[in-house]
Design a protein around this ligand. Structure first.
Ligand code: R5P
Length: 324
């Protein structure tokens, strides 16, 4: 058995976000582990780890973004391969944790997929999880293994600090996102407003009220996910109707599913918002990028967290207001 302090740090990646994995490896000055993650002719996932991991400290970088089922299954199978290859410790690094929005039953006979995925990861052999901005913080408690949750708020708020916009109000697009918006507003020392959003269907939202003073201000909507872009569009419309001067959007996870790209393109065209700022927890490929969308990298904060976990150091300094 290799003692903890002698375990070598090894990083592998599935196919969901290879660019981010390469960037993290660059910061850490370690090569990306050799592995083939491909498909059998029938579509089943084929994994071959091409170097020894026996006894080592292994991290797998994989966002469970669309195609979510494919990437989740890749992650589970890579963990299984590493476990069977006798890795000393396996950390699933999941910059975007999919299936998180079903984290409780809101109606009878619904699943709790965030818990199901947690069970699957642990059953496959994950010993720890490192993630960012879970849709709901309580998902950490769905695991009986350590979970470290990073926050993109430092990266996003620093970007807006440097922009030096006039008369800012930070807006939560729904009541559930208030804590996130409050943290953001605390960092840039600006007031907060809250939108009371009602979801009439999975891809349509209605705005009920805006709580807080927004008239004549520059609004920054802070969300965790942009999926179909319905929330940010309805939110921007409501804010402009309430007398906001201009709207900026920022969100950690650019899922950009279904009509999102067309909706965002039209919104820029209609002058609904000035800029959409997201991170690369999910790749924003050529087919999704537009002028006006700014992508900030989370590689450094993930690299630092991996380094600290590997060396048994505290990662709490990564959350300090003047930290990264
Ligand atoms: C909802 O609770 C989330 O925080 C996001 O606001 C939501 O997932 C965004 O989805 P969409 O872009 O489809 O409105």
């Amino acid at each position: 058995m290799i003692p903890d302090e002698k375990r070598v740090l090894k990083i592998f990646a599935g196919n969901s976000n290879k660019d981010l994995a390469e960037e993290i490896c660059k910061y850490l000055d370690v090569p990306l582990g050799q592995a083939d993650v491909s498909r059998f002719p029938d579509g089943e996932i084929k994994v071959k780890i091409k170097e020894s991991v026996r006894g080592e400290d292994v991290f797998i970088i994989q966002s469970t973004c669309p195609p979510t089922n494919e990437y989740l299954m890749e992650l589970l199978i890579i963990i299984d391969a590493l476990k069977r290859a006798s890795a000393g410790r396996i950390t699933a690094v999941i910059p975007y944790y999919g299936y998180a929005r079903q984290e409780r039953k809101t109606q009878p006979r619904e699943p709790i997929t965030a818990k199901l995925v947690a069970n699957l990861l642990v059953s496959a052999g994950a010993n720890r999880v490192l993630t960012m901005d879970l849709h709901a913080g309580q998902i950490q408690g769905f695991f009986d293994i350590p979970v470290d949750q990073l926050e993109a708020v430092s990266i996003l708020s620093n970007y807006f600090k440097e922009k030096d916009l006039d008369k800012i109000v930070v807006v939560s697009p729904d009541v559930g996102g208030t804590a996130r918006a409050r943290e953001f507003s605390g960092r840039i020392k600006k007031p907060i407003a809250i939108i009371d959003k009602y979801r009439s269907s999975f891809d349509d939202v209605e705005i009920m009220h805006i709580v807080g003073k927004v008239k004549g201000k520059t609004a920054i909507i802070v969300d965790d996910i942009i999926d179909t872009a319905g929330s940010i569009i309805k939110g921007s419309q409501a804010l402009l109707n309430a007398g906001v001067k201009e709207v900026y959007i920022c969100a950690t996870h650019p899922v950009f599913a279904g009509p999102a790209k067309e909706r965002i393109e039209k919104s820029f065209h209609d002058g609904l918002f000035k800029e959409v700022v997201v991170t690369n927890t999910i790749p924003v490929n050529e087919d999704k990028i537009l002028p006006g969308i700014k992508v900030l990298s989370v590689a450094e904060i993930f690299a630092e967290a991996i380094n600290r976990i590997h060396n048994n150091l505290s990662i709490s300094s990564l959350f300090k207001r003047n930290g990264i």
